[in-house]
Design a protein around this ligand. Structure first.
Ligand code: 5RP
Length: 229
């Protein structure tokens, strides 16, 4: 089975948690794109979605699903999103699609966060995937030096993410640093520490906001992981 087929399986499994007529929180990425396609095919549709990126908003609208601004809703029953890495406690690295800030905002609105991913995303320790950090551009060099100096016992090399040879600009008008070489053994402490650095908009560790459930597409079927949050 291809990785994409495993992603589609996980997205299909998430549909069972969606209540028709509700507003659902929708993440970003290729796994979520399957979820959006499946949401659009529901017999009794959802009322709409709060989206975590301009890219997902465009897909939702093209699929005929109404989108609501995060500030228009007080709470969501459900947020569904992908991940770049998931550790044994359910802590995640996210932001491969540069949408990490809005993903944290929408996740914070939701009572239940369901992560959908293919089995390759499960890792013993976070950090093999370069950690995305959204930063205010004028702080980028200093933040890169701070990662090189080390945080919570982990040192990393930060690289400015480019698109077509230019710094990638996020939906929030900021830059992304991708930090490689990290081995994050205490994701909660790491997230708390980096959050304090001036100029950091969002660090792509989701430890304080872990998913309660992870639906993993595997060649043997969908595996459901439940995390105590
Ligand atoms: C986007 C994300 C995605 O959820 C993450 O990158 C996983 O993407 P994909 O589903 O394409 O593997 O955090 O910012």
């Amino acid at each position: 089975m291809t990785q994409d087929a495993l992603k589609a399986m996980a997205a299909q499994a998430a549909l069972e948690y969606v209540t028709p007529g509700e507003i659902v929180g929708v993440g970003t990425g290729s796994t979520v794109n399957h979820f959006i396609r499946l949401l659009a095919g529901m017999k009794v549709p959802v009322k709409g979605a709060v989206s975590s990126s301009d890219a997902s908003t465009a897909l939702l609208r093209a699929a005929g699903i109404a989108t609501f601004d995060a500030s228009e809703v007080q709470a969501l029953a459900l947020y569904v999103d992908g991940a770049d890495e998931i550790d044994p406690r359910g802590c995640m690295i996210k932001g491969g699609g540069a949408a990490l800030t809005r993903e944290k905002i929408v996740a914070a609105l939701a009572r239940r966060f369901i992560c959908i991913a293919d089995a390759s995303k499960r890792v013993p320790v976070l950090g093999n995937f370069p950690l995305p950090v959204e930063v205010i551009p004028m702080a980028a060099s200093r933040i890169a030096r701070q990662f090189a100096a080390g945080v919570c016992g982990a040192q990393g090399q930060a690289t400015l993410r480019l698109k077509n040879g230019q710094p990638l600009i996020t939906d929030n008008g900021q830059h992304i640093l991708d930090v490689s070489g990290l081995r994050i053994t205490d994701p909660l402490a790491f997230e708390s520490a980096v959050n304090q650095w001036p100029g950091v908009v969002t660090v792509g560790i989701f430890a304080h906001q872990r998913a309660q459930i992870c639906l993993l597409g595997t060649p043997q079927g969908v595996q459901t992981l439940r995390f105590d949050v």
